[in-house]
Design a protein around this ligand. Structure first.
Ligand code: MN
Ligand code: MN
Length: 468
């Protein structure tokens, strides 16, 4: 069956992925998404997503590569980078230099990070300053419940984990917004300026310590709490990564429960689908690799982002352990002969904002996993365009394995655009194409996906790792 949504002379309603499911697949879709929702709720930060992925992988027989001395076909290993990035692999029966089959997703999501010195008081309230991370619409992050997740590391190296605002009975936090009665000046501003970055200050307390001789007794009250309950000092927050994320859980959405809404689906939706696809891959010919990288939302910088040599070092490591005959050229050949899916989300056509899309080339919710030949913006600038030959090869794999897919382009030509990790993997000279789930409200605190698309992403990644 063709995957064109609009065929010449077509009179009927477009075919969706739902229409192409058989009876048992229908149940599979809902079962798969129940696991996905659990993953979203267990992993609201990159560190938590890494921990959840390791737990699932170890249950399926994966071991940390640091404990391995040699590798052979069928071995299942993972390597973790600073608790924020994860690479998992199943060693294939073919030589490494025949190339790896890679599915690469990211597990960082837009949010509000606490500043190194967050705590202060103002207006007889205790507050915490933030610096937002990634591309957010700042007005979306006010007047909603926030949870604080992360770690603070003491001078002795001990790690204090923080997760407040998730369990029933937990307090939550919030950034207040101005009442409409007094918002005349604010409402006259451009939407991008209505809420300033420096105004994203989180309300963290309202009860002062009793001693009125103390100058900042609201802030003191907060610091006393943190010290009493968690053993933390103000200086400990300088060596900390605390993220304010939406406190609500991801959940079934719509009367028919056919949608998932929740925070962090960009890109944990592709991360989960890729992880499950790898866990269900048995004895691959080519070594199968799933990459769960960090820092994509800020340009893949730093030692846990895709620009780091961590992944390359991992490939060198498995070649050394798997062959006992390491040469630098083998790493380069392996990477250049690899094939990849850059597993990241795309934008779905939003019925409320149709004008920003070219309808013919826009992805739709419920029409399957999205194959995106190029990203970039305004003249394909910054895009890593997949070659026609490779897109054809991927298309053949999907069509041969009953993967329902569609094409997508990120909005109208001059409207905007975006990028993924595809170009960084392409720099190794490998073939790679973007392939992921379409979302509504991408980067918002409550993104929406269609369950059938999530399931088709899993099927796409699974068939790719088996057949590419
Ligand atoms: Mn993304
Ligand atoms: Mn993003």
């Amino acid at each position: 069956m063709s995957n064109l949504k609009f065929e010449p002379g077509q009179e009927k309603s477009p075919v969706t992925a739902w229409d192409k499911l058989n009876g048992t697949q229908y149940d599979d879709v809902f079962k798969f998404n129940a696991g996905y929702i659990d993953f979203l709720n267990a992993g609201k930060t990159e560190r938590e997503a890494v921990a959840a992925a390791i737990e699932a992988a170890e249950k399926n027989g994966f071991v940390n590569i640091t404990g391995c001395s040699g590798l052979k076909a069928g071995d299942q290993v993972y390597a973790v980078n600073r608790n924020k990035e994860l690479v998992l692999a199943i060693i294939g029966s073919k030589p490494f230099t025949d190339g790896l089959n890679i599915v690469g997703a990211h597990i960082d999501s837009p949010r509000l990070d606490l500043k190194p010195q967050p705590f202060y008081e103002d207006g007889l309230l205790s507050l915490a300053k933030t610096h937002y991370y990634g591309g957010i619409k700042k007005y979306q992050w006010v007047a909603m419940p926030l949870a604080l997740h992360g770690v603070a590391v003491k001078e002795d190296g001990s790690i204090i984990k923080i997760a407040i605002g998730e369990k029933p009975g937990d307090p939550v936090f919030t950034v207040t917004d101005l009442l409409p009665h007094l918002a005349k000046d604010q409402m006259d501003k451009k939407l991008s300026e209505g809420v300033a970055g420096e105004a994203l200050n989180i309300l963290v307390g309202g009860v002062p310590v009793k001693n009125r001789e103390i100058k900042d007794r609201f802030k003191k009250s907060t610091l006393d709490y943190l010290n009493r309950e968690m053993g933390l000092t103000e200086e400990d927050f300088i060596s900390a990564e605390i993220e304010a994320v939406p406190a609500w859980p991801a959940s079934d959405t719509g009367f028919d429960r056919g949608l998932v809404a929740g925070y962090g689906q960009d890109d944990r939706v592709c991360a989960y689908a890729a992880l499950q696809a790898l866990l269900d891959t048995e004895k691959p010919a080519h070594t199968s690799v799933v990459l769960l990288t960090d820092k994509e939302e800020v340009g893949s910088m730093g030692n846990t982002g895709m620009q780091s040599t961590f992944f390359e070092n991992f490939v060198a490591g498995i070649i050394a352990m798997g062959t006992g005959n390491y040469r630098d050229l083998m790493v380069r050949t392996t990477l250049a002969n690899s094939r990849g899916l850059s597993a990241d989300v795309n934008a779905a056509l939003d019925p409320n904002y149709e004008g920003v899309m070219d309808k013919l080339n826009a992805a739709r919710l419920g029409c399957g996993v999205v194959l995106t030949k190029y990203t970039g913006s305004r003249g394909k600038s910054g895009s890593s365009e997949a070659s026609a030959e490779f897109v054809a090869a991927v298309r053949k794999i999907f069509n041969g394995n009953n993967v329902v897919w569609q094409t997508g382009e990120l909005g109208k030509v001059d409207q905007g655009g975006g990028g993924t990790i595809a170009y960084l993997l392409a720099n190794y000279d490998m073939d790679i194409v973007d392939c992921g789930v379409a979302l509504l409200g991408m980067h918002s605190p409550f993104e929406v996906a269609s369950k059938v698309d999530v399931y088709m992403a899993y099927r796409a990644y699974h068939s790719f790792m088996k057949n590419a």
